[in-house]
Design a protein. Structure first.
Length: 533
């Protein structure tokens, strides 16, 4: 029974674990996101990626930021590959240096989405970004228009070797080439950060004379433009400033244009939700475009206020959506916990029921076995097969004659008495045993009944009775006498309201404790258990 219970308990625990895992919503797709840097533009995009994943309960995102380090980004991409991602989304820090890591992912059968920045490799599944060349060209045309076709321009470029920096510069210079009276006095190498732009501009100013004149500064992004603005302000120079990114929210490019800190900017779309949609289409084998160019627009003082209001409202809605998602996650976790508790409770109830049933069946079997024991005791056996007659040794006779029935001690048989001739075993055995039973049952309540008394009733000597009974039943008279008393005691316990002591005295025992000991040896339970069954 213990083995069966152990198996059932194991089954319950495994079933509960399976139900818990099923209710938790197993992740189907693991998507790695390798960001080349960590800034407010990418914070916004990461938030959109997470928001886009909210609509797919089978997508798990793993983020990594390289902080403008080629070595770190290569290591992070390899780590994501080793983690078993199903798809890689990557913004390469530079065009060439990250390509080998991207190739390794692609060669292992992992779909690769390159976004925002390009790679020199052709081993990618899809590319999604805004047109950086077009941004640079549009901003160049705006600068020419703003300067009325004549003036001086200082350019602060982005990170060297990155595709947005290269394309924005090329587009900007192409637009300016159509205006020969607009002169670029310098193109300073930046790295997208405000601090670097400030330092490079300050160093350049230190190398120029006191009559330095600049009409407009074009930064590869809004932060570089603001870094140059800080450096020029220290020299009391106040040209116009233009950048790219035009992020919504506090201190974003749209607010800087609205507040006239920047003259213009260009929206560099993040669209993380659209990237997630593309990733899911690829993973699920749905049709998709290999090259996707995102739409964008220029921001000036004329439209900055409206765009800022729209951006702030979108950010509020996104924040509310995040809050709702967190609450929904909390409710789902609570539901999962409640479901787990419910299934465990059901499992425990089922386990208790099974234990009860098994115990009940075990108890019934035990009762059946005990009743078989009662039925199959020597005294109640119907068919007594004769055993070959043998002459007991004096020790055997002495042992039997010295056995005690309760408090009555049998006197030791005379070892030297001459045995009488017994009738041979055969047809008369049944009649002999019947007469012996009648003699025993007639005085079963007599605690003083001895083997000698029984021998006298049977007209045999003590030794003759012993030999005959042993030959026919295989048991001694003392054993049959005790078995008879215990059998009647069992029946009285079942059919009467007598106490255990009263039953013991009624069947010839003078000590209830000795009766209990004999009863347990015979039936495997104490007398009180008979009525419980």
């Amino acid at each position: 029974m213990k083995k069966n219970l152990g198996r059932f308990l194991s089954f319950i625990m495994v079933a509960a674990a399976m139900l818990a895992s099923c209710s938790g919503g197993k992740v189907k797709y693991r998507v790695g996101v390798s960001q080349c840097s960590d800034d407010i533009w990418r914070d916004k995009q990461n938030a959109e990626l997470r928001m886009g994943a909210y609509f797919y309960d089978n997508v798990e995102l793993k983020f990594a930021a390289a902080y403008d380090s080629d070595v770190r980004q290569v290591q992070q991409i390899d780590s994501l590959i080793d983690a078993g991602i199903d798809l890689l989304i990557v913004a390469p820090n530079q065009v060439k240096t990250i390509s080998p890591a991207i190739d390794r992912a692609y060669d292992k059968g992992i779909p690769v989405i390159v976004f925002e920045r390009k790679t020199s490799s052709q081993k990618y599944t899809a590319f999604i970004s805004a047109d950086n060349f077009e941004m640079g060209r549009t901003m160049g045309e705006y600068v020419v228009s703003r300067l009325h076709g004549s003036g001086t321009v200082l350019e602060i470029e982005g990170l060297e070797g990155s595709s947005p920096a290269i394309e924005r510069h090329n587009g900007f210079m192409e637009a300016l080439s159509a205006a020969p009276d607009v002169h670029v006095v310098a193109s300073l190498q930046g790295d997208w950060t405000e601090e670097t732009a400030y330092e490079r501009t300050r160093q350049w100013l230190a190398s120029q004379g006191t009559d330095t004149h600049i009409d407009l500064v074009f930064g590869a992004n809004d932060r570089t433009a603001m870094g140059a603005r800080r450096a020029l302000s220290e020299h009391s120079l106040h040209p116009l400033f233009c950048g790219i990114d035009a992020l919504p929210g506090k201190n974003g490019g749209i607010q800087l244009v609205r507040d006239s800190l920047l003259d213009a900017s260009y929206i560099y779309p993040t669209h993380g939700d659209q990237i997630i949609d593309l990733a899911v289409r690829i993973l699920e084998g749905q049709p998709y475009e290999k090259e996707t160019m995102l739409m964008s627009a220029i921001v000036t003082h004329d439209n900055a206020k409206v765009l800022q209001m729209q951006g702030e409202e979108m950010m509020r809605q996104a924040a509310r959506l995040d809050l709702l998602h967190e609450k929904a996650d909390g409710y789902l976790h609570q539901l999962d916990a409640q479901r787990m508790v419910l299934w465990l409770a059901v499992g425990i109830i089922v386990l208790l029921v099974v234990v009860f049933v098994l115990f009940y069946l075990y108890h019934l079997r035990k009762i059946s076995i005990q009743r078989e024991r009662v039925t199959n005791t020597l005294w109640n056996m119907e068919n007594l097969s004769p055993t070959p007659a043998s002459t007991p040794s004096p020790d055997e006779v002495s042992s039997d004659s010295s056995a005690k029935t309760d408090s009555v001690a049998e006197e030791e048989a005379d070892k030297n008495s001459a045995p009488s001739t017994l009738p041979p075993a055969g047809e008369g055995d049944g009649r002999f045993i019947s007469r012996f039973r009648e003699a025993v049952e007639a005085r079963l309540d007599d605690s003083n009944l001895s083997v000698d008394d029984l021998a006298a009733v049977m007209n045999l000597s003590r030794v003759q009775l012993y030999r005959k009974v042993k030959a026919v039943t295989g048991a001694s008279p003392v054993e049959l006498l005790r078995s008879a008393r215990l059998s009647r005691a069992y029946q009285q316990l079942l059919t009467t309201d007598k106490s255990v002591s009263e039953v013991a005295y009624a069947v010839g025992f003078t000590a209830p404790s000795y009766f209990t000991k004999c009863f347990k040896e015979e039936y495997g339970m104490v007398p009180g258990d008979v009525r419980k069954t």
